[in-house]
Design a protein around this ligand. Structure first.
Ligand code: SAH
Ligand code: SF4
Ligand code: F3S
Length: 508
């Protein structure tokens, strides 16, 4: 069965389940399908163009996209905004009056999903006032059948649901939604292709996101991402390098390379052994001040990459390296496929090569049946590594993942209390890391004025520390030297010293 036939049969099957919705575009998701990893080659589509029939569809119409979740979602929003603009739509900042509202959703934890359902409730009120409003749900939640079923049942004011694999079909989906009285549902549960040349309306002019790969094949037992984002597939190096070069030419100062597991970059290339280390080695030669990447998986973090990162230049000395747990038993049932010892060895190697590296991480507490001792091992590992910051979460069961079926004997109260204790350690270490900057002169990329005060500028160091200092707005977008005179719990306070001279910008 080819891809189209498979999607068609899925469609027929689902239509049977929802016979009252017969007359409309309906391709519902299936987590079971999404889990499959076949041997089919990845298709690269380099000829994307918006069909002429759709141009002008958005004239005199506005759009608003609300984004939840990770940076990949933020970047997808930039692509969808780019498509809207090509169709003639104008962005609006007022959700209540927008002609099209999209919620670009995240499925990573229950809390993320509940926010979206809450927002859908609000949107019902706006739609009563503005019945012409089209409401769409896209992103990772759309890839889950339970969510689509709930939307069909409870949120009938939604006009369209589409997933992460078909954002390039936005013009077609909008057209269908304008023509159909029924909800348009088009979600593909496939492994995924790579579509180049999509338009992008970037949110910033200083920092930019660049996808280097899509999907995830790690299938950590708690995680929904491999189901919502498809298989690991890497963009070709030349496409990435060209995009970074163009951004540099446009004056961007910092690039964040994106992937769910960037260390697996290139593993899907059948014709070469090109990996993340090779890519970073080329990108480091591009004339742009800062390059970051996220997210790393400890398992595929190889020596070549460490050697390349150690050359610094525009490759910043900050690595986000999610560990999830410090207990070997928990790591095993999470299917992280590394041990505490392997993780610590990797950290030692990184620290030996880049002595001033800042390491940050992600941690899940309260995994099913996590014992106090196992939790203590996580605290211990945190201290041993000396992470400078962490995103910490209570485990949230995700329907369709193996962990969701595990019996869990850890009461919610205990989970909350563990999170609390972990956060105290995280706060202690990040405060200490910040205190060590006292009196130092650091390089700051100025991003704008502080949220609270106009004459206070805000920017980040190479190690991603927030710095506030008094200065003129003309400095926004520039790299400056700032002397740190005070430290707060989450940020540094400094005094402007001077603009970093072109010749001093740390490049290769
Ligand atoms: N690809 C990245 C992380 C993506 S999700 C990686 O593997 O490191 C971001 C973070 O959300 C994860 O690192 C994990 O800490 C957390 N997370 C993922 N699924 C979760 C779940 N079911 N419950 C709680 N936290 C979860
Ligand atoms: Fe999820 Fe694991 Fe993949 Fe990260 S590596 S996205 S945690 S399955
Ligand atoms: Fe959320 Fe999807 Fe990102 S689940 S974290 S938006 S990949």
């Amino acid at each position: 069965m080819n891809e189209e036939q498979r999607l068609a049969s899925q469609q027929v099957k689902q239509e049977k389940d929802y016979s009252k919705y017969f007359e409309r575009v309906f391709t519902a998701p299936s987590l079971k399908e999404a889990k499959k990893r076949g041997k089919e080659e990845i298709k690269y589509n380099n000829d994307f163009a918006i069909d002429e029939q759709f141009l002008g569809m958005g004239n005199d119409r506005t759009f608003y996209i609300r984004t939840y979740g990770c940076q990949m979602n933020e970047h997808d929003t930039e692509v969808m905004a780019g498509i809207f603009m090509e169709l003639g739509y104008t962005p609006t900042e007022n959700i209540e009056v927008a002609d099209v509202v999209l919620l670009n959703t995240c499925a990573i934890r229950e809390g993320a999903e509940n926010k979206v359902f809450g927002e859908l409730g609000f949107l019902m009120k706006y739609k009563r006032k503005n019945p012409e409003m089209l409401i769409g749900v896209c992103g990772c939640m759309s890839q889950e059948e339970a969510v689509v079923n709930k939307i069909l049942k409870t949120y009938q004011h939604v006009d369209m649901v589409f997933g992460t694999h078909n954002i390039h079909r936005l013009p077609n989906i909008l057209k269908e939604a304008y023509m159909s009285k029924e909800m348009v549902v088009e979600v593909w549960s496939k492994e995924g292709d790579i579509i180049e040349n999509l338009p992008k309306q970037r949110l910033g002019s200083i920092k930019a996101w660049v996808n280097i790969m899509y999907g995830c094949d790690k299938f950590c037992t708690y995680c929904i991402v491999p189901y919502t984002r498809g298989k690991e597939r890497s963009r070709r190096p030349q496409e990435i390098i060209q995009e970074v070069r163009e951004l540099a030419a446009q004056g961007y100062k910092e690039i964040m390379l994106l992937g769910q597991n960037v260390n697996a970059y290139g593993k899907d290339f059948e014709d070469s052994n090109y990996r993340l280390g090779d890519l970073m080695d080329e990108i480091r030669k591009i004339d742009i001040p800062r390059i970051r990447f996220t997210t790393s998986h400890p398992r595929d973090f190889d020596n070549h990459l460490i050697e390349v990162l150690a050359q610094k230049g525009n490759l910043v000395e900050h690595i986000h390296l999610p560990v999830q747990s410090g207990s070997n038993e928990i790591l095993k049932i999470m299917a992280r496929k590394y041990t505490r010892e392997h993780f610590l060895q990797l950290v030692d190697k990184i620290k030996a090569a880049i002595p001033d590296v800042a390491l940050t991480t992600d941690i899940i507490v309260g995994y099913p049946n996590e014992t106090e001792e196992q939790f203590q091992e996580t605290l211990d590992l945190y201290r041993q590594v000396g992470f400078e910051m962490a995103f910490t979460y209570i485990y949230s069961p995700r329907e369709g993942t193996p962990a969701a079926k595990m019996v869990d004997n850890v009461p919610d109260e205990v989970k909350k209390e563990r999170l609390h204790r972990l956060n105290a350690v995280v706060a202690e270490y990040s405060a200490n890391a910040l205190k060590s900057y006292q009196g130092q002169v650091v390089e700051v990329l100025v991003e704008g004025s502080s949220k609270r005060r106009d004459d206070v500028l805000a920017g980040y160091t190479r190690k991603n520390k927030l710095v506030n200092f008094a200065g003129s707005k003309e400095l926004v977008g520039q790299l400056v030297k700032v002397k740190i005179i005070d430290t707060k719990s989450h940020s540094l306070v400094g005094e402007f010293v001077e603009v970093v001279k072109e010749a001093e910008v740390q490049r290769s």
